[in-house]
Design a protein around this ligand. Structure first.
Ligand SMILES: N=CN[C@@H](CCC(=O)O)C(=O)O
Ligand SMILES: [Zn+2]
Length: 407
């Protein structure tokens, strides 16, 4: 089955060669994009959708979420709004509720959260474990996560559970827990921060997970200056996430990590040795009243930036990437094009999914080009600028995921 979508007011492909088309059209063939060009040259297809001048973007790629959890942290949020600071300790509240929830409920709630994200234009999702924090519960959360999202990250190193020795727990994360989650995950992450894991413990986790063949990511520089960025670059992690507190040398390290990467004629793809993406989490910054991550400075230094929701019950209880994009434009100084790019191509780059088919038979996401997965987000607006111009408005009017219309 093929579908032609024509009369697209602004078709923002985020592909380096195609750029942005006005009065463009796109043809979907099964799960893939088979044609992109001007509406007047569009080929016939089995079905036809008239976009009536609306804008179409790649579906959002949310490269950082924590969707497998039970329970509620309203009281912690209220206390924070009354002046308390965020600390890693709140994770234990969610751990308790998650351990007490059954598989059915964790799955049902996880799927519900994915549904919320899709209804707002997200078409590719990563999520993390990290609220089980013992061997059985981490494995259970990893298994459930693998049934509800596209990419699963092992975050056993999220918090040391009360009553456990930090080094003994770290050793467990690196051995039995890692073995138990391994069938369900392709990434590993560590919360390298005061109140969570030290540089030395983080290093042990990254070494063990790398040896197990997992791609790496780091929660770093969220609560203060620290070792997160340096470790992420040293371990060639795909991303370092939060990055609120950066020194100039952290920024330079991240930029330097991309020196072997050639963006080439087509900046949507690129080739060569990948560096570490800086993932900024604007909704989390607002919800924790943290200084906003310096996304402008990072982009100006040549660091690829991703924008993600960090959807979780503690620091960012939203999966709205439209909200994150609007915040990045209004508060972080990004242009609309840069912010949309960070929430689409940037997320794909952070997940190693900006190209496709060559290694594992999966299609590229995060940009619109022939052969890429047909993940589209149609706005009830003539241009992507409306995402920032009309913040908080329900602008999603259509979502296609792998060629299937979801909304
Ligand atoms: N910072 C570490 N982990 C989550 C928060 C987890 C929680 O508080 O439940 C984050 O990314 O913000
Ligand atoms: Zn997180």
């Amino acid at each position: 089955m093929s579908e032609l979508i024509s009369n697209i007011g602004e078709l923002m492909t985020q592909d380096g060669e195609l750029g942005t088309l006005y009065n463009g059209a796109i043809v979907l063939e099964g799960e893939r994009i088979s044609w992109i060009g001007p509406s007047e040259q569009a080929p016939a297809a089995d079905t036809h959708t008239d976009a009536q001048g609306r804008a179409v973007l790649p579906g959002w790629v949310d490269s950082h979420t924590h969707l497998i959890f039970a329970g509620d942290r309203t009281a912690e949020f209220e206390a924070r709004m009354a002046g308390e600071k965020y600390s890693a300790g709140g994770i234990a509240v969610t751990m308790e509720a998650t351990r007490n929830a059954g598989d059915y409920d964790l799955t049902r709630m996880g799927l519900g959260r994915v549904g919320e994200a899709v209804s707002q234009g997200t078409t590719y999702l990563e999520t993390k474990t990290g609220y089980g924090l013992d061997v059985d519960n981490e494995a259970r959360c990893a298994r459930i996560a693998s049934t509800v999202v596209d990419e699963v990250t092992y975050l056993g190193a999220h918090l040391v559970p009360a009553g456990m020795d930090a080094d003994e727990y770290t050793a467990l994360v690196c051995t039995d827990m890692l073995d138990a989650v391994r069938p369900y995950v392709s990434w590993a992450d560590v919360f390298c921060e005061r109140g969570a894991f030290t540089e030395e413990q983080s290093r042990a986790v990254l070494n063990a997970c790398r040896a197990a063949g997992l791609g790496l990511r780091v929660h770093g520089n969220q609560l203060g200056h620290g070792a997160g960025v340096g470790l992420a670059v040293e371990f060639k992690a795909a991303s370092v996430d939060h990055v609120n507190f950066l020194t100039d040398s952290d920024v330079a390290l991240l930029a330097q990590s991309w020196s072997g990467w050639q963006a080439g004629a087509n900046a949507g793809r690129g080739a060569g040795e990948r560096g570490t993406v800086a993932t900024v989490l604007p909704a989390c910054d607002l919800s924790t009243r943290a200084p906003l991550a310096p996304a402008r400075q990072l982009l100006d230094a040549g660091v690829p930036v991703a924008i993600a929701s960090n959807a979780n019950p503690g620091t960012s209880y939203t999966s709205s990437l439209a909200f994150c994009v609007a915040t990045a434009v209004l508060q972080m100084g990004l242009s609309v094009h840069e912010a949309v790019r960070a929430a689409t191509y940037g997320g794909a780059l952070a997940l190693g999914r900006e190209t496709g088919l060559d290694q594992d038979g999966k299609r590229a996401v995060g940009t619109l080009a022939v052969g890429h997965r047909a993940d589209l987000h149609m706005l009830r607006a003539p241009s992507a600028t409306h995402l920032a111009y009309r913040p908080g408005m329900p602008l999603t009017s259509g979502v296609w995921r792998a060629g299937v219309r979801e909304i």
